[in-house]
Structure formats: C-alpha cells, structure tokens
Ligand binder design. Structure first.
Ligand code: AR6
Length: 183
C-alpha cells in the first residue's frame, strides 16, 4: 500500500528493516544505546560493530538517549547509509505519558532525517515488541505522526513502515485507513 501526503510518499510493507534501501532505517533502541534484542539486535548484527562504536561515542558525549528522543549513526555494513536510533516508551498501561513519548519518537526521528537532508526513511513498529505497547494504539500514533510531518515538511520524500508480520501490516493498514477516510 502506498499513499501520497503533500510531497511525500508513505508506504506500508511487510519486511525486514535491515534489508531496506532507504537512506536511513530507524532502530527501536533503548536508552543505553548499547543494543538489545528484537529489531535492535537484528540491526547491530546486520550492520556490524561500527554502529555500536558510534553509539558508544554518543553515550560518552550525552549519556544515552532519553525516551522519545533520537540520535543518528552511520549504517555500517547496511545498505542504508544511516541508522536513526530512537527510544519508544515501555507500555505501563497508558497512564504514563506513553502516547506522547511514542509520538515524539517518530517526530524526532523524522526531524533528524529532515535536518540531514535525507530523502527516504524506513520505520519498524516502535515499542510494540519487548516494550508491549498495544499495536492498534501504537499504529494510530505512528501513522498520525508521519502524516503530520509530511504535511509540514518536504523531506524525507519517502517514509516506509516495515512491518515484521502480516498481522502487524494489517493493523497499520487499518490505522492508516481510519486516519484517512476516503472522501
Ligand atoms: N525488521 C522489522 N521489524 C522487526 C524486525 C526486523 N528485522 N525484528 C523485529 N521486528 P522490538 P520495542 C519487529 O522488541 O518494542 C530491544 O531489546 C517486532 O516484531 O524490537 O521498541 C531494544 O534494545 C516488533 O513488531 O522493539 C529495547 O530494549 C517491532 O519490531 C527494546 O527491545 C518492535 O519490537 C525495544 O522494544
């Protein structure tokens, strides 16, 4: 599925984020920036040790990455030239500012891509794995943050959601449809 918002194409696909040919891929990292499981582990495995070295340099400078913020490194051995590491919230029931923090994770990643002049970026489903954010709610936040960025900025020109399962893809497609009813 793909859609156009202003000058940006938004795509929803099933796939593996480590294989994307976009300028940047986004990592669902943790505040330590030292790696982990899930998509974080897959990106560091596929990208090689250079990415972790850069994460450690950022840690030394700013002491990690707070929830909702984002930092950028090179892409190491990946096809993507950059990895944007963002930290989504852990789900604690919804009363701990989770929605705003998740929205910030998307918007701050897009802001970094815009500042770097990147033309394309791929996102995984942030916070919906180990961090247990209910995917229907997370998808609604993700698609509205992406739409908001695309309405206000011309870069990146391509924003791709890369969902890891058919079910996740269906949930994101439904969220997009719900947020963008056919007029
Ligand atoms: N490509 C695309 N999506 C993937 C891939 C992949 N290769 N691998 C997993 N996913 P998670 P979180 C999906 O747990 O919830 C890490 O340990 C997965 O199916 O990776 O934000 C970090 O270090 C799920 O839908 O991220 C943190 O400690 C989605 O990616 C913590 O997990 C996110 O799942 C972050 O948890």
């Amino acid at each position: 599925m793909s859609f156009t918002v202003n000058k940006t194409r938004v795509e929803l696909v099933r796939g593996d984020i480590t294989l994307q040919d976009t300028d940047a891929i986004v990592n669902a990292a943790n505040s330590s920036l030292l790696g982990g499981g899930g998509v974080d582990g897959a990106i560091h495995r596929a990208g090689g040790p250079r990415i972790l070295e850069e994460c450690k340099e950022i840690r030394a400078r700013q002491g990690g990455c707070p929830t909702g913020q984002a930092v950028i490194t090179g892409g190491g051995n990946l096809t993507a030239r950059y990895v944007i590491h963002t930290v989504g919230p852990v789900w604690h029931g919804g009363g701990h500012n989770e929605a705003a923090l998740l929205r910030n994770a998307y918007l701050n990643s897009l802001r970094l891509a815009h500042e770097k002049g990147l033309t394309s970026i791929a996102f995984p489903s942030i916070s919906t794995g180990a961090y247990r954010y209910p995917i229907e709610q997370a998808a609604a936040i993700a698609v509205s943050a992406v739409r908001e960025h695309a309405e206000n900025y011309d870069l990146p020109r391509l924003i791709r959601f890369v969902l890891f399962s058919d079910r996740d893809l269906i949930v994101y497609q439904a969220a997009w449809d719900a947020a963008n009813p056919v007029k």
